[in-house]
Design a protein around this ligand. Sequence first.
Ligand code: ACM
Length: 544
Amino acid sequence: MSIQEPRLIPQPRQLGLVDGICVLDDHTTLEAPPGTHHLAQHLRDITGLPLPVAAADEAAGENTRIVLRVDGARSHPESYRLTAGPGLVTIEGGAEAGVFWGIQTLRQLLGPEAFRKTHPAAAGPAWRIPAVAVEDEPRFAWRGFLLDVARHFMPKDGVLRYLDLLAAHKLNVLHLHLTDDQGWRLEVRAFPRLTEVGSWRARTKLGHRASPLWDPRPHGGYYTQDDIREIVAYAAERHITVVPEIDIPGHSQAAVAAYPELGNTDVVDTTALTVWDTWGISPNVLAPTDAVLAFYEQVLTEVLELFPSPYVHLGGDECLKDQWRASATAQARIAAEGLGDEEGLQSWFMGHFDRWLAARGRRLVGWDEILEGGLAAGATVSSWRGYAGGIAAARAGHDVVMCPEQQVYLDHRQAPGTDEPVPIGYVRTLEDVYRFEPVPPELTEAEAARVIGTQANMWTEVTENQQRVDYQTFPRLAALAEVAWSDLPAPAERDYAAFERRMTGHYLRLDALGVDYRPPSGPYPWQRRPGILGRPIEGAPPIV
Ligand code: ACM
């Protein structure tokens, strides 16, 4: 096996190449801190080597030792130092997470074969890596990926696979969009109809909502609570936090279809509603009643049992206010609470759950609409309609995750032209994502520190299976990973040519991982779709 050039993604802070090589083989031993079995197992899975645990004085002669170490005195818990040379690999992390990220770098040094599920090393050949010294730490604490499993369900194994893909890119947040107008994907023991009724729709709009086509097959699926426990545990082993999103008070038609009393029953006959079969923003939003608050408190009680994440995302986006305007119940609530208008009512809704979560030691995250009508005291804002919401939130002393749709919505087309499969939204190329800057220059240093990170959002209206999700997500998620992790200069100064060169190595890793990424040369013929499914590019608004 030849020695691979590093071509690391994301780029580490410092990479020193020194003379020499390091060989890992069947005789290589491992020294690891107590309680880190899964790190050792992870290394065995990657290398296919037995890697028996041995203390320094037991390691035999010429054989290479891998030493994993946690040093709490390091600058940052996720930082690591990786050194490899003849006979010794050392990975020292500020905490176990740092060691884990260091292992991801080692995996890239091993070469693309280390990204296969089974590889020749299992049969014994040695791995050879260049002698290196890497010093590294992340720029942001929140390095995320939103996966919309509501518009199109992704079965559990697909989510586990995505967790592997995130880990390989040093991303550490999976924002799981579990509920929407088109489907409810989480088993809630207290309310079985949420999944019995809410997880299936009778048919699905095929392509963009203006397309005249339908897929007449029912679509559905949900995660049992056991599935969720498995996903959360799998993520935790990879130092990834799963942030659940339960969208309120809009994007709730599936819930209302399952439990009609959740809707604005004095305005529409909610018993006639079904899980929505097309795209856009449904007017069927939650009613601002005590019963609805109590219902969602019960839902969230189960959510908190399942998800240890300090953050719980409660949506708050695109809540159409027409039904509230027409509803005597909603108007009475506005008057009784002195809320002023429907914006105030939305704020009241989110504020209730902000306090409810805070009382349980958790923090609410919401889309930037939660700024309208007043931001709940402890809320973190996902800034999606551009930078403005994030800037306002940071200035008001709130934490921000920057994910503007103009830059990092991965459902949007990644090239101009008619070739892209189901082209929607803005054209955002790999280079555009590489030049995305999460911290807008107008923020002061103190305000900038409120930007705790960034994420790319993968909405799935027009991506009905894993291949389509892969195509939209990769390679652009690799660029986002570098933006989130590496200490890149200002956008105009970023060396995109160097990134592209490193990507030539990274495509081989994605191949080995079985990722159906968009090839740099453009879509294969079988990936193209008839234009009728997409949206013309001229003046296309970004909304699906
Ligand atoms: C969103 O894209 N509605 C958050």
